[in-house]
Design a protein around this ligand. Structure first.
Ligand SMILES: Cc1cc2nc3c(=O)[nH]c(=O)nc-3n(C[C@H](O)[C@H](O)[C@H](O)COP(=O)(O)OP(=O)(O)OC[C@H]3O[C@@H](n4cnc5c(N)ncnc54)[C@H](O)[C@@H]3O)c2cc1C
Length: 512
């Protein structure tokens, strides 16, 4: 046999570079379900179902092309549990001349496979991942010599290079960014019955099979599968995209930052898992959104806000991941040393915003960006949770979690553990932010307006303590001046009350 083409669970791209020059007679596609991927962090059951179902569907597609596919099932005979071991067995079976693959998303997986190939005395040809707009060599050149990397400038460059939302080289509407128009809340009455729910894909035979397998094989892993209805094929992903563009894109911008009880998706696209597994191309997504604007079906602020997430943030964090790894994963610029509270795995806490967000996460394997950044991520930042522990939690609990996108969002954006390489300042806020953007504070025993005392919202107490504790580390961050000055102005008695309450929070169930 000539080439053994390795296809990983997040490489389900029909146009993948790994298939260039595929020779039906002499090449073979190899895919393997391995337990290690659900155990190196305790993967949410729905996340494992997402990967296994999409892989099994993809293998069918490969075979339908008339290509040979060696597919190793988790419940198959003699499955060895690690990717490297399974690769060794496959090489023994097929005796290929060469191994070929598209670049993996995870640094860890790439290292393991390179090592395994070396041990086997085989070349592993790693090809560029064409799924992305931005190639890694381009990003490395872009990042070289820049002390800090900022999304806004990278994003403008991407739009210029790829001609997105431009007219004669000028941004449509005369501005690159319409964020100021994208901060609405649902007020007191909430979204009501107005939000069209995303199209659901009830489990087919393959999904039902993998749900049963995951329950049998990984019964102690977190999360539930009862609500699983994500797209798991390229066809379904296309339907999900059309549904989003037609029914929710127009209001995506306005309500991008808003949160509401029992409304997990609101106007978000929930396309991240489909894109990250490469069932859906970001080009397709961006083109569909731009076409909706040009056809007058969605306002520019919504379309620009959405496209910025895809062509901007998504490409930006991938570039950061691959230029900064492996050191990036060990970042801890604020010397955070608190263990992750256990309630992150159960949702059992009286703080209503955290209870709602974590319970929803365990039920759906989904939370939208502001829930991740300004509820679960924020509490970990304020408490000073060890970055590695909160990173592992985020990598475990979302169906869309793959390390190249998760890690920079956690280490860089949410925890400021990279010391400002990615964000100009920490996303630190008090409970008042959550009160403004959601209904979570209604019926919560804590009051976001109080800074200390037993009724004070722990986010608010810890926010002020965070500023006091990290004053030396943050003094040079240009956009922190005002917040630090406000903390310095607090009367001595109030500062002491905050420190006392913070100590109580840290030693009790609110941090346990
Ligand atoms: C702490 C933290 C952890 C995160 N972990 C992940 C992760 O593991 N996987 C993941 O795909 N996203 C992650 N994100 C980014 C973002 O929260 C999710 O992409 C988004 O919530 C997915 O839901 P959606 O598809 O409905 O997104 P929408 O709100 O509809 O956004 C559209 C698309 O833009 C992209 N996008 C939006 N924000 C970001 C961002 N900050 N970085 C990269 N891409 C973005 C996604 O592909 C998303 O599908 C994380 C964010 C934070 C703050």
């Amino acid at each position: 046999m000539r080439n053994l083409i390795i296809v990983l669970g997040d490489q389900l791209d029909r146009e993948s570079s790994a298939f260039d020059g595929f020779d039906t007679a002499r090449d073979l596609v190899w895919m393997a379900e391995v337990e290690e991927e659900s155990r190196h962090v305790p993967s949410h059951m729905a996340r494992t179902v997402m990967f296994l179902s999409a892989m099994r569907h993809f293998a069918r597609h490969v075979e339908s092309r008339g290509w040979r596919c060696d597919y190793v099932r988790l419940d198959g005979k003699g499955n060895t549990q690690t990717l490297a071991d399974e690769l060794r067995r496959a090489v023994k079976r097929h005796r290929p001349e060469r191994l070929v693959m598209t670049q993996p998303g995870d640094w860890r997986v790439q290292e393991d496979l390179l090592r395994a190939a070396g041990d086997l005395g085989l070349d592993l040809e790693i090809r560029e991942d064409r799924h992305f707009y931005c190639s890694l060599p381009w990003f490395r050149r872009y990042a070289a010599g820049r002390k800090q990397l900022r999304l806004e400038y990278f994003y403008r460059e991407m739009r210029r290079l790829h001609g997105v939302l431009l007219e004669d080289g000028v941004p449509l509407g005369g501005r690159w960014n319409f964020d100021a128009e994208n901060r609405e809340t649902f007020g007191k009455n909430g979204p009501g019955l107005l939000v069209p729910p995303p199209v659901a894909f009830p489990p087919d035979e393959i999904v039902r099979e993998t749900i049963a397998l995951v329950k049998r094989r990984l019964p102690k892993n977190p999360g539930r599968t009862e609500r699983f209805d994500f797209p798991v094929t390229a066809g379904q992903a296309e339907v999900a995209l059309t549904d989003f563009i037609e029914n929710r894109l127009a209001d995506f911008g306005r309500y991008q930052d808003a949160m509401w009880t029992a409304e997990p998706y609101l106007y978000h696209s929930r396309l991240s898992a489909a894109m990250n597994l490469k069932l859906l191309s970001p080009r397709r997504v961006v083109e569909a959104a731009e076409a909706a604007y040009r056809a007058g079906r969605a306002p520019l602020a919504a379309v620009e806000g959405f496209i910025r997430q895809v062509i901007g943030w998504r490409e930006f964090v991938r570039g950061i991941y691959w230029t900064e790894m492996p050191a990036y994963a060990g970042g801890n610029a604020l010397a955070a040393d608190t263990p992750l509270p256990w309630f992150y795995w159960t949702g059992e806490t009286p703080m209503r915003c955290l209870r709602e967000t974590i319970t929803q996460t365990l039920e759906y394997g989904y939370a939208h960006h502001i829930q991740r950044l300004m509820v679960t991520g924020l509490y970990a930042l304020l408490l000073g949770v060890r970055p590695r522990e909160i990173h592992e939690w985020f990598l475990a609990v979302y169906v869309d979690a793959v390390e190249w996108v998760e890690l920079p969002n956690v280490i860089g954006m949410s925890q400021f553990a990279d010391g400002g390489r990615m964000a100009s300042k920490p996303y630190a806020a008090s409970g008042k932010y959550i009160q403004r953007m959601s209904d979570y504070c209604t019926g919560c025993p804590f009051d976001p307006a109080q800074t200390a005392g037993p009724q004070a919202c722990p986010f608010t107490t810890l926010y002020w303590e965070f500023l006091m504790r990290n004053e030396p580390a943050l003094a040079s961050a240009p956009r922190m001046e005002l917040q630090l000055r406000n903390a310095a102005r607090l009367p001595a008695s109030q500062r002491q009350a905050i420190l006392d309450r913070a100590r109580e929070i840290r030693s009790g169930p609110l941090a346990g």
